[in-house]
Design a protein around this ligand. Structure first.
Ligand SMILES: Cc1ncc(COP(=O)(O)O)c(C=O)c1O
Length: 390
């Protein structure tokens, strides 16, 4: 027997994160007390409203049938109400679709619109799904958009070549750099997409994890965005529901119809009880301000951020405090794998920047997804390292 993988799978680069997971697993199996600051999976629990509603709605036998692949009408209504409160944007139910996690939507939208050989602009460093799954697995060609520190990790739109580009992914608040944007920059992005007939996929997975008064905008707040853009949101990080797999996309109806067409052929919607849970969680927004539980979570992340950033800066690095996300992106000034290995030697796991693309080299990403005590312990362990170690 000889079952060869499809060519598109052979084009995938090695998945560095799986390698890191393996090392962490091995170290733990050897009995080492490793502090993992590498994974973007919140340690904080889902809010009470989520747990209570899951218990109630999962117990209702009517909630276990197939659901509509674009999402139940009540869920889409709840999303549209949330968007109005949070971003002051008006959306009909047809401008909302429910997803089995935003990752699924990010890949299936490209499946709906990218033809073989089409170019797909992807941030570098960036969430690897854009390049590997949205582009390569759909036979598209990923073209990196360099995100460099000198440009505050924003794309230099004038340097991008729009020829043969069908789709563009952007993500702010950004993983891994934790960079943020303002509406005037988003205006330039929308102009660029409109002038060049490019589908703009705006990943806003971290919109609710903001600090120091910063409020992440929606691309759909920008005039003309509805003509070209789809924005992705997720309950994963907002409500600490990474394992539950529920998210949504909003925006241009034609683009969402394409996504719905794919989804109707490959899956059904998330369980009805989960859609009821997510709707309830979204309803806890009474205004554009986040509900109390989110404010508390963000206060926890910002305390952890301060501890970590103060420590690395005291070791001779220069790291700014991010205004959003639960990541700290450190310019370690040397080979990122080598630096991550040095941290592993002292019992701290981080993600080497090279795993997010070529422009991630010389950086490492810390996730603030461990309790404060463990972050402090990680800082103590790192105290033996200095910038000179690079
Ligand atoms: C930028 C970004 N987008 C999307 C996702 C996927 O989230 P979901 O759990 O909704 O699939 C992640 C997960 O880490 C992410 O970092």
């Amino acid at each position: 027997m000889n079952f060869d993988y499809a060519d598109r799978i052979k084009k995938l680069p090695p998945y560095l994160f799986a390698e890191i997971e393996k090392i962490i697993h091995e170290k733990k199996a050897q009995g080492l007390d490793l502090i993992s600051l590498s994974i973007g999976d919140p340690d904080l629990p889902p809010p009470e409203i989520v747990i209570n509603t899951i218990k109630k709605e999962a117990a209702d036998l009517q909630n276990h049938h197939y659901s509509l692949s674009q999402g139940e009408p009540f869920f889409r209504e709840a999303v549209s109400t949330w968007c109005k409160k949070r971003f002051k944007i008006d959306l009909t139910k047809d401008e909302v679709i429910c997803l089995l996690g935003s990752k699924e939507g990010l890949v299936n939208i490209a499946r709906a619109f990218v033809n073989s050989g089409d170019k797909v602009l992807v941030p570098d460093p960036g969430y690897p799904v854009y390049s590997n799954s949205s582009a390569i697995l759909n036979d598209g060609i990923p073209i990196p958009i360099p995100l460099i520190e000198e440009n505050r990790f924003l794309p230099d739109l004038e340097k991008l070549d729009p020829k043969k580009v069908k789709m563009m992914f952007l993500n702010y608040p950004n993983n891994p750099t934790s960079a943020t944007v303002d509406k005037s920059f988003l205006g330039q992005v929308v102009d660029f997409a409109r002038e060049n007939n490019i589908i703009l996929c705006y990943d806003n997975a971290y919109s609710e994890i903001c600090f120091d008064g910063y409020k992440a905008p929606s691309i759909l707040e920008i005039d003309g965005a509805m003509d070209v853009a789809v924005e992705f949101h997720s309950c994963s990080k907002t409500f600490n529901m990474t394992g539950d797999r529920i998210a949504f996309a909003v925006g241009n109806k034609h683009l969402l119809n394409g996504l719905a067409k794919i989804k109707s052929q490959v899956d059904s919607g998330p369980p009805v009880y989960l859609q009821k849970v997510a709707a309830k969680a979204l309803e806890s927004y009474k205004s554009e301000e986040p509900p109390e539980f989110l404010k508390k979570n963000n206060a926890i992340y910002s305390r952890r951020r301060d501890i970590l950033v103060n420590q690395v800066n005291s070791l001779g690095f220069a790291c700014e405090k991010p205004k959003a996300t639960f990541y700290v992106w450190l310019n370690c000034g040397c080979n990122s794998l080598k630096f991550a290995n040095k941290l592993l030697e002292v019992g701290v796991a981080v993600t080497p920047g090279i795993g997010f693309g070529k422009y991630g080299e010389n950086y490492v990403r810390f996730s603030l997804t461990q309790p404060e005590k463990r972050i402090k312990e990680a800082c103590n362990r790192m105290a033996t390292l200095t910038k000179k170690d690079c």
